[in-house]
Design a protein around this ligand. Structure first.
Ligand code: GLN
Length: 297
């Protein structure tokens, strides 16, 4: 709520004053202090951001001021904007996120794009997204390919409940969720395509410290950051039809080793896909038509 009116209410902060004060405090921790301050204040006041520009002199009521201060403190302590707002846009969809889920990255849209290239428009395929988190990848696919059925798994029940809520808010009926470790909850099913953005950061990678608010489970993949990818390379053939595709996101420096892992596990047609900056961030491969021939060749 915003207090409007002309009488002077000097005990309350005005919008422009609150913003200026917040920008100064956020300058020490954020690359975009003004934008952050505006988004946080708009959220605390439950108004659109544009309202702030149209009503800079409005005074902020005490309840909103308390909400704003608490959000500001979280941001100053390094909490990502997405967790404070509880929302992040991915593939033009507003998604709920919580600290139980990784914040969807724009980078991951490359993975979605590459999946969609491989699914014909009218295909009625069964697709699996392993380690779905907020459901970003699975929901984007379900949205773009309404005739396909997407199954999304995650070991974290808290993450899956966020993904499930997102599916309901987006009114996507062609998606289901299954709790468990990688392929375990869907053992016995056969899919046409499997996709995953698994954890791929090495335990001692200094980059992990900067991601302290995000779930370690979704990021840390052991000593060399490849534990999850090795696990997927071994287990996905059990749930994929012969000739079916697997697409994985990984760090750009991991591309050669990811190819090697897939080759050793009998995958064929291994292809690296570069992002817009020319860095290989996605690898695609096909399940051999005869896994066992390929293993021995
Ligand atoms: N791209 C993320 C990062 O390094 C890592 C995501 C992941 O491990 N799947 O910030």
């Amino acid at each position: 709520m915003v207090r409007q009116g002309t009488q002077p209410l000097n005990d309350y902060l005005r919008i422009f004053e609150a913003l200026n004060d917040a920008v100064e405090r956020l300058g020490k921790v954020s690359d975009s202090p003004r934008l952050d301050a505006e988004l946080l204040l708009a959220c605390a006041l439950e108004v659109q951001r544009s309202y702030l520009f149209a009503h800079p002199e409005d005074e902020i009521d005490p309840a909103a001021a308390i909400r704003f201060e608490s959000a500001l403190k979280n941001r100053i302590n390094g909490m990502p904007m997405a967790y404070i707002a509880g929302e992040k846009e991915f593939w033009s969809m507003p998604l709920i996120v919580s600290p139980a889920t990784l914040i969807p990255r724009p980078d991951t849209e490359l993975l979605v794009e590459q999946v969609l290239i491989r699914i014909p428009q009218r295909a009625e395929w069964k697709i699996a997204d392993l380690g779905t988190g907020s459901g970003a990848i699975a929901l984007a696919i379900a949205k773009e390919r309404r005739l396909c059925h997407v199954t999304a798994t995650d070991i974290s029940e808290d993450a899956l409940s966020v993904a499930c809520e997102n599916a309901q808010l987006l009114a996507l009926p062609n998606i289901e969720f299954s709790a468990g470790d990688w392929t375990t909850p869907i053992a016995g099913s056969v899919f046409d395509l499997v996709v995953s953005n698994p954890p791929y950061v090495a335990t001692k990678d200094p980059h992990l410290a900067a991601l302290q608010f995000e779930p370690t489970l979704a990021l840390d993949a052991g000593k060399d950051g490849l534990d999850a990818i090795r696990r997927l390379a071994e287990s996905v053939p059990d749930i994929l039809r012969p000739g079916g595709s697997l697409l994985l996101e990984h760090g750009f420096e991991q591309a050669p080793i990811v190819s090697d892992i897939l080759r050793r596990s009998g995958w064929c047609n291994i292809a690296l896909i570069n992002d817009l900056e020319g860095r290989p961030r996605v690898t695609a491969a096909n399940r051999s038509r005869d896994r066992y021939t390929s293993y021995s060749s």
